[in-house]
Structure formats: C-alpha cells, structure tokens
Design a protein around this ligand. Structure first.
Ligand code: ZN
Ligand code: ZN
Length: 215
C-alpha cells in the first residue's frame, strides 16, 4: 500500500492577484505572513481601523511586493493609514492590534537562500519584469512559496512590549497664504505670523517625525 503525501497549499484569492497586477513569489509570501499574524493574534481581516501593519521593507530591493500581500490578507491598507514601511531592508512584517498584541513574521534566511536559487530570479536579475517571465518558471516559484510548510519558511515572534499609534484625526484645515491651497491644520507652518503649506514654507520633514505623526 502506498502512502500519498498531501501538502497543504495556501490559496490566494483571485482579487488579490488582480490587485497586485502580476504573478510573483513575494506577494504570496506577504499574504502568508498576514494570515499567520492574524491567526497568532486571534483576529479576522480588519475592515475598519484599529490595527497596524509595519513592514520592514525599504526601497531598492525587489521583495517589496510582499507589502501588497500583507495588506490584502490583513486589511491594513496604506490609504487607511494602517500600514507603514520601516525601511530596515528586511523581509519581515509586524501586525499590531492594540489590546491584542503584536506579532512579527520573518522570512527565514535559509528559505531566502532556497528561494534565490529559483530560475525566476535569473530573469529578474536581468531586469525582466515578472509578467514577461515564462509562466511555467513563475508557477514553479509561486508553488514553492504556497506549499512550503510554515515552520520551514517563517520565524514567528510575539512582541509583548510593542506599541505604535497615530495622531487623532481632525477635519480642521487652513488656506496657505502663498499658494491658496487647503492644508490640514497639523501640517500648517507659520512663517512671520502667516500660515503656509509645507512646500511653500520650505520646512524640512524628518522621517522620524513622519513616522510618529508629529511632523
Ligand atoms: Zn509582485
Ligand atoms: Zn502653499
């Protein structure tokens, strides 16, 4: 009698592929990270506000597609200010749900090494976009990321002391005395007693202040 091994294959909903725009391995990795973090925190996909996704991705490296997958799985979208990029240049993402806790999911280095051997990256390193890569090559790498057991792919950590927040929303706005455009009040800069928008005032924002929402 033969034993047929069945591997669990994660299914990504069609709308998520459509939203992302091409087929690649990193979007589904982010989707899995989001699913894991939600399960660990005992939450469902978040429809309103009240949770934050903090991606450790930066710019200038090719794995950032992960963020779209994480957003789609968790509901932590940029537009709702529920997602932030920390610019550490690492393949990890944290889901923080105030009152429930925070979970960080890291794509194991050993799996990143395995992934890097895939033919898909021969094409990507030549600058070929995912949608131009032969479909069987793309399917092979996507199947790998959707069927590798969780413990071989991810390191999951609880972050008991993690905290993150945003300033309270306000509708108050003022017109810039130079360009005449509306500026939401917390972004108004006073120059010689007159209100200006940030570009007209030539104020320089720091990244730390942008992240803290106190710019
Ligand atoms: Zn992608
Ligand atoms: Zn202005």
């Amino acid at each position: 009698m033969s034993v047929v091994e069945t591997k669990e294959v994660i299914k990504i909903p069609d709308w998520v592929w459509e939203y992302h725009g091409h087929i690649c391995p990193f979007m589904p990795i982010g989707y899995r990270m989001g699913q894991i973090a939600m399960r660990e925190l005992g939450v469902q996909r978040i429809g309103d506000h009240g949770a934050f996704g903090l991606s450790e991705m930066g710019v200038g490296h090719p794995q950032t597609c992960m963020i779209d997958g994480f957003e789609a799985a968790t509901g932590c979208t940029y537009g709702k200010l529920m997602m932030e990029r920390l610019n550490y240049g690492k393949a990890a993402c944290t889901l923080f749900v105030p009152g429930k806790g925070a979970v960080r999911v890291y794509l194991k280095s050993v799996f990143q090494d395995e992934l890097g051997k895939q033919e898909f990256f021969v094409y990507r390193k030549k600058g070929i976009e995912p949608s131009q890569i032969p479909r069987e090559v793309t399917d092979t790498v996507v199947t790998l990321v959707l069927s590798t057991p969780e413990d071989e792919m991810f390191t999951i950590s609880n972050l008991p002391d993690f905290t993150f927040g945003r300033p309270k929303s306000s509708f108050a706005k003022t017109k810039c005395s130079n360009c005449g455009e509306y500026v939401f009040e917390r972004y108004v800069r006073m120059v010689d007693g007159k209100p200006y928008c940030i570009p007209c005032s030539e104020y320089t924002q720091t990244w730390v202040n942008v992240l803290k929402g106190v710019q």
